[in-house]
Design a protein around this ligand. Structure first.
Ligand code: NAD
Length: 332
């Protein structure tokens, strides 16, 4: 099968080529947009990542060119107009879980780095500055950690933090026993926002979770709390977050995702003028740590993404239904 693969970096090629045995893979570095869709001409399958656009107009263009299968190299599918895909007869298959461990571990890395400021200490010591001023942290032991979204990643984030002596609170529309087994206690949204010293987001982006963290919820947090988002950028109103950082209401922020990340993440813009003023303001705070949507980025996860994507093609060709199919009324 001819597969057009968008948003490809050298590492995507490496892992997909290693997993591929029989298909004709065509790599495109550009994101999928209405303009770049022509690259997929006569490709029965199109493979995309988190910041590609698969809205109604793009899907129509793909369908006209012969695309029948949309492969997501990710779990989230908020970038796809599923209703339009169904209308056009385009099947959508995703990789629901490639390594929840990778994302949970990165979440922990952000929490530990922000708290103990090892990123600042690294630069300071290399510059011959051995002073401790400004590096004061707090014991995680005894802190209250709120996990919003207690699915696979939320549970795995709770596990090490509980082992370190944190009190773990959870909020989810579908509570599950795994979370309570990890030592978590379910509370309501208002309570988790008000009681957490560290609040970590692990819900998918849906109309219900869009801006779940906004000016009003930030005003109700503990003063000086830590907010971590490794899920999807638009869970947080970034402009409201800038205000909360300026006032000191929020004391630490760790972001692996950002609402407008499609314009900047995954690219080397070190010689360019970044036009996004909100992102630049966030980067100017000493207590903000931003990574470029890299939480998933381990060799284990990349291998799983490539192998599951090609298994999704095999299942499609053999007309095998699979839990990786994303339906219009899917499990958002
Ligand atoms: P999951 O489906 O296992 O868990 C999501 C949880 O969110 C579920 O328990 C669900 O009930 C809950 N939920 C859904 N809507 C809700 C709502 N409105 N209010 C409260 N809870 C709600 O998913 P997962 O594998 O744990 O992944 C979580 C998210 O992590 C994904 O949706 C994706 O956006 C993000 N992610 C990020 C990266 C990265 O590299 N940064 C990688 C993979 C996944």
């Amino acid at each position: 099968m001819k597969i057009a693969i968008f948003s490809t970096k050298p590492y995507d090629r490496e892992f997909l080529l290693a997993a591929n045995k029989e298909h004709s893979l065509h790599f495109c570095e550009e994101r999928l947009t209405l303009e770049s869709a022509i690259f997929a001409h006569e490709s029965e399958a199109v493979c995309i990542f988190v910041n590609d656009i698969a809205d109604a107009a793009v899907l129509k263009a793909l369908a006209r060119q012969g695309t029948r299968l949309l492969l997501l190299r990710c779990a989230g599918f908020n970038q796809v107009d599923l209703a339009e895909a169904t209308r056009l007869g385009i099947e959508v298959r995703r990789v629901p879980s490639y390594s929840p461990f990778a994302v949970a571990e990165h979440t922990l890395a952000l929490i530990l780095t922000l708290n103990r400021k090892t990123h600042r200490a690294f630069n300071r010591v290399r510059d011959g500055n051995f002073s401790l001023d400004g590096l004061l942290g707090f014991d995680l032991h005894g802190s209250t950690v709120g996990i919003i979204g207690t699915g696979k990643i939320g549970c795995l984030t709770a596990r090490p933090l509980h082992a370190m002596g944190c009190r773990i609170l959870g909020y989810d529309t579908f509570p599950n026993e795994d979370f309570t087994r990890e030592g978590g206690t379910y509370v309501g949204l208002d309570e988790i926002i008000a009681e957490s010293d560290i609040l970590s987001l692990h819900v998918p982006l849906t109309p219900e979770t869009h801006y779940i963290i906004n000016a009003e919820s930030l005003a109700r947090t503990k003063r000086g709390m830590m907010l971590i988002n490794t899920s999807r950028g638009a869970l947080v109103d970034a402009n409201a977050l800038v205000g909360a950082l300026k006032s000191g209401q929020v004391g630490y922020v760790g972001l692996d995702v950002y609402e407008q990340e499609a314009e900047v993440f995954f690219q080397d813009l070190s010689g360019e003028i970044i036009q996004d003023d909100t992102l630049q303001r966030l980067l100017s705070f000493p207590n903000v740590l931003i990574t470029s949507h890299q939480a998933f980025f381990t060799s284990t996860a990349m291998t799983n993404i490539a192998e599951t994507t090609l298994q999704n093609v095999a299942d499609y060709e053999d007309r095998r239904s699979s839990a990786n199919e994303v339906k219009c009324s899917g499990d958002r």
